[in-house]
Design a binder for this molecule. Structure first.
Ligand SMILES: *[C@@H]1O[C@H](CO)[C@@H](O)[C@H](O)[C@H]1NC(C)=O
Ligand SMILES: *[C@@H]1O[C@H](CO)[C@@H](O)[C@H](O)[C@H]1NC(C)=O
Ligand SMILES: *[C@@H]1O[C@H](CO)[C@@H](O)[C@H](O)[C@H]1NC(C)=O
Ligand SMILES: *[C@@H]1O[C@H](CO)[C@@H](O)[C@H](O)[C@H]1NC(C)=O
Ligand SMILES: *[C@@H]1O[C@H](CO)[C@@H](O)[C@H](O)[C@H]1NC(C)=O
Ligand SMILES: *[C@@H]1O[C@H](CO)[C@@H](O)[C@H](O)[C@H]1NC(C)=O
Length: 543
């Protein structure tokens, strides 16, 4: 087979004892793991690309689309890297290995050739023809792995039920995204008409889709999480991360909807995801208009209440982003009547000095909004117990409400006071007239569900038109410790999903107790859930 390929490349006159060598297809196989692990092999193949940590080989394609015809050769030896160049046909010997950083046991193994020796350049300047994605092969658009069993697909609970590398299944690239990208591992591909779907991370890496079928495309050119035709959350495996260019150039600044020149690169796996490493950085063709259109909601009507929600991201009184947040609330959200805020830090910010009050932080934000609009908000919050609510150490983040006193007032019945950090507000009152026993108050703050986490802030309001409104401002426990969507554990580990589910259950119980006294009560639960809404099991108690 390699002879056939060499004949096509026209530059090698004779077939140099190729029958003796191993084929890349034999190394790739049709399973997730290589069948030739640990074996020393002789190869003859075309060099397609090289970077600082090795080069990439390609052989003639085999008819089986499950089999990759590409392979990464790992070496940081500059003398070896000087010896080979894209377009060379080389013969070499090396050892088939599977790489996974010991510190990251939840990543997949990457099959590669290590310790290359006996490298002979047989010919140079051969044409390298990438496989064209969207034309030769297109990624599937819904599921990542057949092991993501459960009603919520890749977001199913329980998760971590099996491991791709242990199951070592036969690849099904037509149906599953991980299998698709695995079937192209080490291969050179081109991505026609790439569109970025996010901003670059701190390493200049960004996600794209190319000129192929996609699902969940939104008006900004990004891909939203949706439900697939079978009612399973769609994982958008048709998107791929563009890593650092192999030639040392720098990727451009992108945003959602940035269009780029075609990308040619090699498929690899690193940091828990499949990547395409471009030969060189693509150029931006067009960038979307970043102007954020203000809301069309306005509160002209006394009977209506407008609501906003903003996670102000570890806001301390000295936060340099206070002006930006204030401008957004003024000019984009158009100063809603009530704003649910999360992540307000105490007056000393992350300094761990026992301070828990956030009145300076909140009045600084309120003043900044007043300077950017004609609205001066009132605000309420409840100080947590120092260090008990998680988040940045010393910061004591909590939820708060900003509200326009001419549109909403806290209900202040005789004897009703604000609760403290550990006082649970309860639903009291006769049938038809539910009320909070503490206003504002925290929902079930001593329940273990809220350990090391921000307790929900409940309040009862009366509007200018005399209506009653209950609100619960949530900030559920964050996903720290979870594995990547394209990692080994399936469905991917979602931490701490059991705690997050219990948190939602305590809020559901609270909401039910209001509805038991008044099935028509106005209740608004909002905030930062730290969870995909498609993870239905977490929210099922709210249904
Ligand atoms: C994966 O499956 C292939 C094909 O059966 C086999 O050759 C290889 O040894 C397996 N690897 C592991 C680690 O199970
Ligand atoms: C690789 O080639 C060498 C000769 O260069 C030979 O001695 C060796 O047996 C070959 N190894 C394999 C695995 O084919
Ligand atoms: C390589 O090929 C290109 C175009 O096919 C040709 O212009 C160039 O001279 C060749 N270089 C060598 C070293 O053969
Ligand atoms: C996932 O399962 C593996 C066993 O397959 C176990 O070692 C690991 O601790 C689990 N991870 C989590 C976060 O539960
Ligand atoms: C914050 O609260 C303290 C203690 O009640 C008070 O002395 C101070 O004036 C308040 N600061 C602001 C900005 O409201
Ligand atoms: C809050 O709980 C503490 C400790 O149990 C208690 O001393 C205090 O009176 C409670 N406050 C209210 C307003 O119920």
């Amino acid at each position: 087979m390699a002879c056939q390929w060499l004949a096509r490349s026209l530059l090698v006159a004779t077939c140099i004892s190729l029958g003796a060598g191993t084929r890349i297809a034999d190394i790739s196989g049709i399973h997730q793991r290589t069948p030739l692990l640990g074996q020393t092999v002789n190869l003859t193949a075309l060099v397609t690309a090289k970077g600082e940590s090795g080069f990439y080989l390609l052989e003639d394609s085999v008819p089986d689309t499950r089999v990759s015809n590409g392979l990464a050769v790992f070496t940081t030896s500059t003398s070896i890297l000087r010896q080979v160049n894209p377009g060379d046909i080389v013969s070499l010997t090396g050892k088939v290995t599977e790489y996974r950083p010991t510190a990251d046991p939840d990543y997949l193994f990457l099959t590669e050739l290590e310790s290359p020796t006996k490298i002979t350049v047989l010919s140079t300047n051969n044409t390298v023809t990438p496989l064209v994605l969207g034309k030769d092969r297109s990624p599937p658009t819904e599921q990542l792995s057949p092991l993501d069993s459960g009603w919520d697909g890749w977001l199913s609970v329980p998760n971590n039920r099996s491991r791709i590398d242990t199951v070592n299944g036969t690849l099904r690239p037509e149906e599953y995204g991980i299998d698709f990208w695995a079937s192209l591992l080490g291969q050179i591909v081109s991505i026609p008409k790439p569109v970025s779907i996010d901003f670059p991370n701190s390493f200049g890496e960004f996600w794209v889709y190319g000129d192929w079928p996609v699902t969940g495309k939104n008006s900004r050119g990004g891909l939203s999480l949706t439900f697939g035709p079978l009612g399973i959350p769609d994982a958008n495996p048709e998107a791929i991360i563009i890593g650092a260019p192999l030639d040392g150039t720098k990727n451009p600044q992108t945003a959602i909807g940035t269009t780029l020149t075609d990308i040619v690169g090699v498929v690899t796996y690193q940091f828990g995801f499949y990547y395409v490493l471009p030969l060189t950085a693509p150029a931006v063709i067009s960038s979307p208009d970043f102007t954020v259109v203000p809301t069309t909601l306005s509160s002209m009507d006394d009977c209506a209440i407008t609501v906003g929600d903003y996670n102000v991201e570890n806001m301390a009184p000295t936060g340099t982003h206070i002006i930006d947040v204030a401008t957004h609330i003024a000019d984009v959200l158009l100063t809603p009547d009530i704003v649910f805020i999360q992540e307000v830090q105490d007056n000393s910010g992350p300094t761990d000095d026992g301070v828990v009050s956030a009145n300076v932080t909140l009045s600084t934000l309120v003043q900044a909004i007043a300077a950017a609009s004609d609205v001066t908000y009132s605000w309420i919050d409840i100080d947590p117990v120092d260090g008990e609510d998680g988040g940045e150490p010393g910061g004591n983040i909590r939820q708060a409400y900003l509200y326009r006193p001419e549109k909403l007032q806290l209900v202040k019945a005789p004897g009703i006071v604000a609760g403290g950090a550990l006082n649970a507000t309860k639903i009291i009152g006769p049938f038809g007239k539910p009320a909070l026993s503490l206003n504002p108050g925290r929902v079930d703050p001593t329940n273990t569900a809220w350990q090391d986490s921000r307790k929900p802030l409940a309040a009862q309001w009366t509007t200018a038109s005399g209506h009653n409104l209950f609100t619960v401002n949530l900030h559920l426990v964050s996903k720290g410790g979870s594995t990547t969507g394209q990692g080994d554990a399936r469905p991917p580990v979602n931490l701490p999903v059991a705690q997050r589910t219990s948190q939602v259950e305590t809020v559901s119980t609270f909401v039910e107790s209001i509805l038991r006294l008044d099935p028509w009560a106005n209740i608004l639960v909002a905030g930062d859930c730290n969870e995909y809404l498609q993870t239905r099991s977490v929210f099922s108690s709210l249904a």
